[in-house]
Structure formats: structure tokens, C-alpha cells
Ligand binder design. Structure first.
Ligand code: FMN
Length: 159
């Protein structure tokens, strides 16, 4: 089973999660959509797609990737994850982030928490985060158990 992880990240947390998942198997290939939008889907049996939520929305490149590759993705095993910090909204954010068909098809879909990395934010981002969350210092709330569920559901430990 050949596996790709495809992601986009703003401050690096979605990338961190991609690397955590990939650390379980050396054959996994990782694609940062900022650097490479043209992933050759024919090379992979399963694809994990990761994105993050900023002001209620998934990052544009992830949305575009899912729509552009929807037909091919529906023929593969798919895992979906999101990095986000507003826990009461997780289910809703997941629904809005990925197309319904893809969500229904995915073997796992999870919000794995996230991080507020103040040293990587610009002035406006700091302002927004303080306003919507009340938090004003670097905070990490990654759900390691959730990440392990993705690893296991995608069969990555045993490959
Ligand atoms: C400006 C800004 C807005 C955010 N808005 C939301 C939000 O609406 N809902 C949420 O659950 N998390 C929100 N977050 C939290 C991010 O999803 C979290 O920081 C995530 O780890 C970012 O991952 P990334 O660095 O890979 O993009 C926001 C973060 C920032 C910096």
C-alpha cells in the first residue's frame, strides 16, 4: 500500500502532524501543496489530506486539491485531518472543510487539535486570535491519541 500525505500549512502545525504520521513508515511520501500542487495520484493506493482552519475556513489550496482530484480520491482509501483550536466548532469545521462525498468516503476524518504559535503570526493574526480565543501566548493542544488513530486506521504501523 503506497501512501501519500498531502497538506497545506500556515504556521507549520499541519506539517508537524504530517511528519508525525509519516514517522511511522519510511515509504510514505509527503507533499506540501505550496510547493507542489500536481501530485500523481496514480502512484498511490491511499491518500491522507491535512489542512487547518483559519477564521472558520480550510486553507484554499487544500479545498482546491480535493475538488480537482475528487474522482480519483473516491477510488482510493482516504484519511482526512484538520488542525483547529475551537473545539466546540470541530464537527462543523470538518463538515465545511471537505466535500461531503469525500467525507463519506474517508476511512477516517479527525480534527487533531492545533497550536497557536504567536512568534510565527503577523500583527493581524495575533489580533484575531486574541479576539476569538482570548489566548495571547503560544499554546499547543495537539491530540496525539487522535493522530495515532489515523496512523492505525490507515494501517501505517504494520506496513
Ligand atoms: C488567524 C487565525 C485564525 C484562526 N481561526 C480559527 C478558527 O476559526 N477555528 C479554529 O478551530 N481554529 C482557528 N485557528 C487555529 C488554527 O487552526 C491552528 O492555529 C492550527 O494549528 C494552524 O495550523 P497551521 O499552522 O498548519 O495552519 C486560527 C488560527 C489563526 C492564527
Amino acid at each position: 500500500m503506497k501512501t501519500a500525505i498531502v497538506y497545506d500549512t500556515s504556521h507549520g502545525t499541519t506539517e508537524k502532524v504530517a511528519n508525525m504520521i509519516a514517522s511511522f513508515n519510511s515509504s510514505i511520501e509527503i507533499f506540501n501543496l505550496k510547493e507542489n500542487k500536481n501530485v500523481n495520484m496514480d502512484e498511490f493506493d491511499q491518500v491522507i489530506i491535512g489542512g487547518s482552519i483559519h477564521v472558520g475556513k480550510i486553507r484554499r489550496r487544500v479545498k482546491e486539491f480535493c475538488l480537482k482530484n475528487l474522482d480519483k480520491l473516491l477510488q482510493k482509501r482516504v484519511g482526512l485531518y484538520l488542525c483547529a483550536m475551537n473545539e466546540p466548532e470541530y464537527e462543523n469545521e470538518l463538515k465545511l472543510a471537505f466535500p461531503e462525498e469525500l467525507r463519506n468516503h474517508a476511512v477516517i476524518k479527525k480534527v487533531v487539535g492545533g497550536e497557536f504559535l504567536f512568534d510565527r503570526m503577523n500583527f493581524l493574526e495575533r489580533f484575531i486570535v486574541k479576539k476569538i480565543s482570548g489566548i495571547n501566548e503560544t499554546t499547543s493542544k495537539l491530540d496525539e491519541k487522535g493522530i495515532m488513530q489515523i496512523v492505525d486506521e490507515m494501517g501505517l504501523r504494520s506496513m
